[in-house]
Design a protein around this ligand. Structure first.
Ligand code: IPE
Ligand code: IPE
Ligand code: MG
Length: 246
């Protein structure tokens, strides 16, 4: 076990390999405090830092964070711009930490739709950290589960048209390996903060057998203590994958 003051009882036994989080509730957090929604997003960004470091410390392999959905582009322009600015600040302020902690940065989603400067930050950091062996921090940006599947379909059809693939050869693995998450294990645990009982177009194919955990905590209030409690609760789950209990 790696050191973290608050996770003394977390050892590597039955640790989820891949945790995915729908970080929801920034707006409601701000509203409760009579603040602007943007303030909620700012506080939310601080929670991201804590959870990334906590996940790395306990030895989770992959942390996928839903930071911006394909639908979130429909929010007011001022809010979208503020979110993009916060993302830029995140890359600037966390760059050295990410490198120092051997985190490997990856992204999933329509990255080409993101502002050019953010694309440049991502490219630079993904290149530098490519060979890192610590936590894989997988950021979902302009990500939608349906768009993920649609884009996989298009890639597969292209291969069929150019005779690189035969229709009869297509199986579930073909689809998995053409999704943005190609090469990554599927999430063992999907956490949603903010209490909503929905998946909001996140990782639709990949969460077929993920354990779900909905927390009522609004994302800006989410902390590593609660994260560790959820990990402990996950360990008590019996994952049957459609079979009978052992
Ligand atoms: C999550 O918080 C952040 C993003 C979706 C980018 P919200 O902004 O959705 O907060 P609520 O759900 O309105 O409280
Ligand atoms: C999901 O939250 C998207 C992210 C956390 C990035 P939303 O707030 O956009 O989802 P809905 O609108 O409640 O379904
Ligand atoms: Mg929301």
């Amino acid at each position: 076990m790696k050191s973290d003051n608050n996770c003394l009882s977390i050892n590597s036994d039955k640790l989820p390999m891949h945790v995915a989080i729908i970080m929801d509730g920034n707006g409601r957090w701000a509203k409760k405090k009579l603040k602007n929604r943007i303030e909620g997003h700012k506080k939310g960004a601080a929670a991201v830092r804590d959870i990334v470091s906590a996940a790395g410390n306990i030895g989770i392999n992959i942390l996928t964070l839903y930071a911006f959905s394909t639908e979130n582009w429909q929010r007011p322009r001022t809010e979208v711009n503020a979110l993009m600015k916060l993302l830029e600040n995140f890359f600037i302020s966390e760059r050295d930490n990410i490198i120092k902690n051997k985190v490997k940065l990856q992204v999933i989603g329509q990255i080409w739709k993101m502002p050019k400067n953010i694309q440049a930050f991502i490219k630079e950091l993904a290149d530098i950290t490519e060979k890192n062996t610590g936590l894989i921090l997988n950021l979902a940006l302009s990500y939608g589960g349906r768009e993920d599947i649609l884009s996989a379909f298009k890639k597969i059809i292209k291969k069929i048209k150019s005779d690189k693939l035969k229709p009869d050869e297509i199986n579930e693995e073909t689809i998995s390996s053409h999704l943005y998450t190609a090469g990554l294990a599927e999430p063992d645990l999907l956490i949603r903060t903010g209490g909503e009982m929905r998946v909001s177009n996140f990782l639709l194919w990949q969460i077929a057998y993920s354990e779900l955990y909905i927390s009522k905590t609004l994302w800006p209030d989410f902390n590593k203590e609660e994260f560790f409690e959820i990990i402990k609760a996950f360990r008590l789950r019996e994952r049957r994958f459609g079979k009978v209990a052992e």
